[in-house]
Structure formats: structure tokens, C-alpha cells
Ligand binder design. Sequence first.
Ligand code: NDP
Length: 485
Amino acid sequence: MTYPTQPTASHFIDGQYVEDRSGTPIPVVYPATGEVIATVYAATPAIIDRALTAAGRAQKAWGQMTGTQRGRILRRAADILRDRNHDLSVLETMDTGKPLQETLVADATSAADALEYFGGLAGSLTGEHIQLGADFVYTKREPLGVCVGIGAWNYPTQIAAWKGAPALACGNAMVFKPSETTPLCALKVAEILHEAGLPAGLYNVIQGMGEVGAALVTDPRVDKVSLTGSVPTGRKVYAAAAAHIKHVTMELGGKSPILVFDDADIEDAVGGAILGNFYSSGQVCSNGTRVFVQKGIKEAFLKRLKERVETAILGDPLDEATNFGPMVSERQMNIVLGYIEAGKAEGARLVTGGTRVDRAGYFLAPTVFADVTDDMSIAREEIFGPVMSVLDFTDEADAIARANDTDFGLAAGVFTRDLTRAHRVVAAFEAGTCYINTYNLAPVEAPFGGSKMSGVGRENSKAAIEHYSQLKSVYVAMGKVEAPY
Ligand code: NDP
């Protein structure tokens, strides 16, 4: 199978594609057919060393450039990404199986937004002046040095840019390791950044499984690690980074709640629940997979939900009419099927879906369970697939307590027409990213990230600058030095 914009080698190091077939081969599978569309090779220790050496060397001069100069390159890369959106979206679809209808609007475009936003911000990164009588202190915002980005498989283009754009804007270099499941798209981000004028060595992509990520995280030349992944991986990466007191950003998993009150606009609430469960076939970290519905609206909500979910168009992801694609891999499909069986066995009521779809590839029908209780595994564990759990509630305070009764804290949403209640509920949510009468929007201007076990730090927005730079504080004395002896 051929497709446009195919990367030409496994790695991108020091401004060019690099191949080294001595590493473990990683087949790239198109999830809609199971066909192997490419093979990349895991980075050997020599490749890891080459990438880190290039990054360390290149960062020195990059950190000395003005923010405006750096930003201009990032904004140029954003324009190239937009110009090539169609081909890059096809590549993202081949890498992940997500429908082209989605990738055309949510992946290369989101990466372009990040490069444009942080490119625009780069020239305005300043410190402050603190007057102390005649003396004063000034602060400078300095780069951290070499940053490592480690990506999950659900948004390979977006994650590569969400980490790369603020890192580069702040004057850092990056070595990015994509998920072994979706290794192709980050290579194109690297290629386009360099085409836009990024000096060689500043954005490198190397492939590999967890061991390659672990080797990067433990290398003393690395100053910062940003991971998008599961909580168990986050725990390991955070601990490894702690050994050298490295900076970290952790974008981890979730089991987020959506509260739908009796007075909600039912079509909006159903639409929000659909966006929060079935976009990208449910493979979205912030998904609102526990949908708490107030008793008075429950049956009407379930009726409309079933009707609308059953109109989803499953099929060839490259056909723009398709709006529901396969799971990213056979492994992930089997994990989700296990949860569907657990839901049935634990006594949840299957409203729709619940099966594998009879066609090639790793397709599951969008699945809704009702009458789910808080103790069921489908209500407690992150499934990362198209499985929505609908739970009942009557009392607001009780619903909030149940919504918060989880170790995760990534996102949360509320649907109600009562403005006061909406703000009261989000104030009580223990989650980093909250929604009122919508769900799962992630514009680059807004901070994105989790509380509790769902993460540390924030991506996007001005807040990300804090996580890719450090302050130097300079005390300037204007008088004599008074010492006791
Ligand atoms: P994993 O945690 O399995 O993997 C994430 C990345 O970490 C992969 O690149 C993986 O490599 C790498 N990795 C694995 N072990 C180590 C290690 N010991 N040291 C360093 N790196 C390692 O997550 P998935 O790829 O399965 O992605 C799904 C998870 O990501 C879900 O929990 C989801 O919620 C979360 N996620 C969070 C987001 C957020 O912004 N909060 C956004 C998107 C997803 P490899 O897979 O190649 O072995």
C-alpha cells in the first residue's frame, strides 16, 4: 500500500533522516485492514547517543537567538503543516486508523495551532524587575536544555507538536520518541520544522519501545521529560526522572465524569457524551466515560443516545463519510473487548454495541452500558476504547462525591441550564480540565492537563511556558557591601 508523505527512514536526527536496521524491527500496521504499511527500527544505543549529542550541541546557539527569530521558524512550520494538511491527515489516518473526517480537522491542524501559538509567544517571553530600595532584582526566563518527549499512540502528530512547540519556543532542543504503535507522523513534524528553517539537531525523532524511552529518561544529558501515556508508565518515568531531579510534565490517563442534570438540553448532553466517548473510537485521554444522568432525564437521554450512536458510520477511514474508525491495534481491541465482557458479567445493561464488527481490521461497535454502578470495573478503570458507562443519580452533592471518587483527575463536565449550579459543580470537581455544556475541546490557548494521578504540569497556553523554561533571579546591589567582619 502506498500513501503520500511517507517518511523515508526510521529516525530524524541532526536535521536529516537516518536509517539503522540493526535495531528491533517495528512493523507499522494500518488498523483498518491489519496490513503492514511500513517498518521502522528501534533506536540502538548509538542512535540514542547521536540524537542526544545533536540536541545538546544545537541547543546552545538556539537558546541564544531572540525569541522572535525562533518564533518565526515555528510559525513558518505551522504554515507548511496547514498547506499539507490533507496528506498529513492521510498519514495520521494510516498510522492510527482514525477517520480522515477527524484527522483533517484535529491533528496536523492542532499541531499547526501549537506551532503558531508558541511561535507567536516566543518573542514575548520576559522576566520581571523587582525594585528593592536602590537595589533591584531582575529575572530572566532561560531554557531548560535538552527536553525529551514521549508520546502515546492516539494523537501522534498533535503530541509531537504540543511538546515540541513550547520546548523550541523557550530555546530548548527536543528528542521525541513516538509510541511504537504510531511511529510515522512525528517524523513529518521533524522534517517540516527543518524545512521551515529550524537549525539541525533541535528536533530529533527516534523510534523504539519503552526501553528507548527509559534510556532517554535516565540519560544525564536530559533536563526535562514530558510524557503522554498511562498512569503505570507515568509512575515509572516520573521515578526515573527524579533520580536526576529532572523537570517533568506528565499527561496521563483518566476516567472522567460527565454530570447531566434534569434541566440539561438533552441534544447537547447527548452530543457531549458522544464527543466525550466515541471520538477517535474512544481513544482519548480526557474522555468522559462515566456519564452520570439524573433520574428524571435518564430514559429520554438513553433513548436519544442509542438513536444517535446507531447512526455512526463505520467503515473505510479514508472515506470522508466514515465517522467511526477501528481501534489502533489488535491488542487494544482485545483489551476493550475484555472490558465489554466484564461489563456484561458485572450486570450492566447493554444499550447498544458490545461486539466486534464483522469486517477486516480492529473495529468495535460503539458501546453504551446503562445501570452501571460505581464499583463495576467499567466504571473504575480506564478502558481507552468506545465504551460509555451511564450511571444514575438523584442528588447533586452525592453525584459530585461519586464523580470525584477516583484516583484520576484529568477532566470533568457538567450539562445544566442552571448557571449557578454549573459553576458550583465545576468548582467541586477534582479535575484539571473542566467543561460546562460541552466536552473535550482542547484549544491551544487553554491549559490542558490533569490533577491527582492524571498528571503533573500543563500543556498548551501560557502555562506551558512555565514547564519548558526556568527563572534565573539576579540581585543587583547599588551600594557598598556590608559584611560583619
Ligand atoms: P503507554 O503508557 O503504554 O505508553 C506511552 C509512551 O511511553 C509510549 O511511547 C511507550 O512506548 C513509552 N514507554 C513505555 N514504558 C516506558 C518506560 N519505562 N520509560 C519510558 N517510556 C516508556 O500509553 P499508550 O501509548 O498505551 O497510550 C494510552 C495512554 O495514554 C492512556 O492511559 C491515555 O489516557 C494516555 N494519554 C494521556 C493523554 C493526556 O494528555 N493526558 C493524551 C493521550 C493519551 P511504547 O508504547 O512504544 O512501548
